[in-house]
Design a protein around this ligand. Structure first.
Ligand SMILES: NC(=O)c1ccc[n+]([C@@H]2O[C@H](COP(=O)([O-])OP(=O)(O)OC[C@H]3O[C@@H](n4cnc5c(N)ncnc54)[C@H](O)[C@@H]3O)[C@@H](O)[C@H]2O)c1
Ligand SMILES: OC[C@H](O)C(O)[C@@H](O)CO
Ligand SMILES: [Zn+2]
Ligand SMILES: [Zn+2]
Length: 358
């Protein structure tokens, strides 16, 4: 509790329907019997945080009032509620930010696919405040202990890794599967790290940005890269992907959500293969329907994740996935607005921007 007396102000990064990104001072939350008060020590900025700020909506999720951002966070527990059994003050934790209703009457919660819970509170999806704040009350059930040698930054990066792991799990990736990853942003790069750990070979990764492809090579030197130019023909890009892969892909992990990239992925896939779309994009998109049909290519999608945080933490703790090189920029909580500018300005060449609080 010492930190509370040293830093008695709860600061948070908020936005509004008129895109007014700013630091706000808010109350230090009360905790309920099943909650823990967390000092949030590291938060990554997700593309969706930037999108909610700049565009005010993602599909049906709309910013209608003032609200707080951030769902990639880790911190230390300061206080626990009376009924908390698994944590004590001083424990280091990653915060899983989608808190489903957990009622036995909810089909999706009862059957385990809680990412589909219609009553989920996803911190940072409007209207629910995010956890990019100094002090946050979080239910014990959705906190995950971090081993001492896993840093808070790594703990926050467990969130994008969980997105990648959920996709890889459902995609059915097997040892020595020829794999294409479209897009080398944080989701493409964490997918690359996870697919490497899962034994995909060969691997091709694409992007429009040479710097991001260089990062992919730095992370996994055996990965091959394809630099895409905007406006290039999808079939021509697919041919270059197949050339680099040495064969057609059994699996494509699509991590851009961009229509032309999804098309390239589809055209690079072999008969009976699958294209697994993790990226999100326009509400309506065209697909090469008859190509998919005559090649029995499965087109599948991922929405967030369920039950992957513990797996993600164990991969990081065991050294099988090294998330540290993804961090390109670091800011203090007080510099939250500057941090968002770095995350959203292409010339800043950010990969993952971190906001830290000592
Ligand atoms: N399904 C989910 O639950 C879930 C969760 C988190 C993020 N996402 C989505 O995943 C996607 C990736 O997230 P991110 O944080 O890595 O975003 P990002 O914007 O940082 O990365 C996307 C990358 O794709 C590249 N790209 C764009 N068009 C391309 C093209 N035609 N060919 C090749 N590369 C291209 C960009 O240069 C960029 O590097 C986003 O759409 C994001 O919203 C989905
Ligand atoms: O990482 C989780 C994602 O960013 C969220 O699902 C977001 O896109 C919408 O709430
Ligand atoms: Zn996110
Ligand atoms: Zn539910």
């Amino acid at each position: 509790m010492e930190v509370l007396s040293k830093k008695p102000i709860n600061l948070a990064v908020h936005t509004s329907p008129d895109h007014d990104l700013r630091l706000v001072e808010c109350e230090i939350p009360e905790i309920g019997p099943y909650d823990c008060l967390v000092h949030v020590r590291a938060s990554g900025i997700c593309g969706s945080d930037v999108h909610f700020w700049k565009h005010g909506r993602i599909g049906p999720m709309v910013v209608t009032g003032d609200y707080g951002l951030g769902h990639e966070s880790a911190g230390v527990i300061l206080k626990v509620g009376d009924s908390v059994t698994r944590f004590k003050p001083g424990d280091r934790v990653a915060l899983e930010c989608g808190v489903p209703c957990s009622k036995p009457t909810c089909f999706y919660c009862r059957t385990g696919r809680y990412n589909a819970c219609p009553d989920v509170v996803f911190f940072s999806t409007p209207p629910y405040n995010g956890v990019l704040r100094r002090y946050h009350a979080h239910p014990e059930a959705w906190l995950h202990k971090l081993p001492d040698h896993v840093s808070f930054e790594e703990g926050s990066l467990v969130e994008p890794l969980s997105v990648a792991l959920a996709g890889i799990d459902r995609s059915g990736l097997r040892l020595a599967d020829p794999l294409v990853i479209c897009g080398a942003g944080p989701i493409g790069l964490t997918s690359l790290l996870a697919a490497n750990a899962a034994g995909a070979e060969p691997i091709v990764i694409t992007d429009l940005d040479e710097g991001r492809l260089a990062k992919a090579k730095e992370l996994i030197p055996r990965a091959r890269t394809v630099l895409v130019e905007k406006g290039q023909d999808s079939k021509a890009i697919a041919a270059r992907i197949v050339e680099q892969l040495g064969q057609e892909a059994k699996l494509v992990l699509e991590c851009t959500g961009v229509e032309s990239s999804i098309h390239s992925g589809i055209y690079a896939t072999r008969f009976g293969g699958s294209v697994f779309v993790i990226g999100v994009g326009k509400d309506f998109q065209n697909i090469p329907f008859m190509h998919l049909s005559t090649n029995e290519i499965d087109l599948k999608f991922q929405y967030r994740y369920h039950d992957v945080y513990p797996k993600a933490i164990s991969l990081v703790a065991a050294g099988m996935v090294d998330l540290k090189p993804l961090v390109s920029h670091r800011f203090k909580l007080e510099e939250g607005v500057e941090a968002f500018k770095a995350a959203s300005t292409p010339t800043a060449k950010a990969i993952k921007v971190q906001i830290l609080d000592e």
